[in-house]
Write a protein that binds this ligand. Sequence first.
Ligand code: ATP
Length: 360
Amino acid sequence: MPAQSVDTPTTTSRPRTERAAVRLEGVRKVFGDVEAVAGIDLEIDEGEFFSMLGPSGSGKTTTLRMIAGFELPTAGRILLDGEDVSQRPPFERDVNTVFQDYALFPHMDVGDNVAYGLMVRKVPREARALRVEDALRMVRLQGLDRRKPSQLSGGQRQRVALARALINRPRVLLLDEPLGALDLKLREEMQIELKRIQQEVGITFIYVTHDQEEALTMSDRLAVFNRGRIEQVGAPADVYERPATAFVAGFVGTSNLLRGAVAEAVVGRTGMFTVRPEKIHLGEPGASVGADEIGALGQIRDVVYVGPDTRYIVALDAGADLVVTQQNLATSSTEALVARGRAVRLVWKREHCLPIADLA
Ligand code: ATP
């Protein structure tokens, strides 16, 4: 069965793997009268960097905690490497978790923090020292093993937490918004680092985030969560270029929806359609429209200059607003800003006008 959710569309159909690293079957979780996870099916492959993306409260963390064993499902099954672990406690599952707040022991130095899992398993001191050295090298913290967590930066602490979680070489590493506490620049650096480390160790990573850019940058595949359900599973380019639902189109990128009478007037068909802002060309009102293109007249309502690009919000004569992004190849901020109020014709390729389902 392809990785997909119950009764919801997906653009990806993949051949069924014999034994997925993680498999969720009809998993549901209810807290009192809140249905946090509403029955999801998912398959995550061995060695995959897989992200669970969605807004706050959509059920990502609860799903992760059920895989870890910190929560038990109300219904459904969780299989790790083909084995049903649904009722097993966390320490009997070959997974490890990295939390956003690092959860380091403040009184222990970096070396002991990283070695902790090996000490619990009674690995002899010399073997431990070698593995700690190896783990610290992997996260590029060689030579810092005698420091206390309080003597490290946020990014360094996050690396210690990662080294500590990886030292036992779990089959699956679960990461719950691990970069959430870092500033933007450090977060971007750590995204690249995390991807490198995952490729080096070859362990399956399951990564929870509400940041679409983070999910698109790092993942081999991702699942988009909304209200306890998965609306789409696919590779980043699949999900971005071919969003299956209105929710996905809006959450992963800018939604740019055409529906109802506007769709009929602009696209010439009934239904709901989306077009990505960078696919639209902004031209003079007299600009020609080819046979394989769609054109729509409108007026620039607002201009947002964002350095490398400018975002134009265009009110279509047919009735909806569309966002258009243009690279500032030769445009200065002053030129961009005076475009407000100008009449324009938007033109885009028919193939970039994507029909989507509306589950709302
Ligand atoms: P965030 O990004 O904010 O962490 P999330 O997508 O991870 O959000 P969850 O933490 O899984 O979402 O929460 C899903 C829903 O379940 C929310 O409505 C939340 O309030 C509720 N919930 C989660 N844990 C509990 C709990 N222990 N008791 C009661 N309700 C809970």
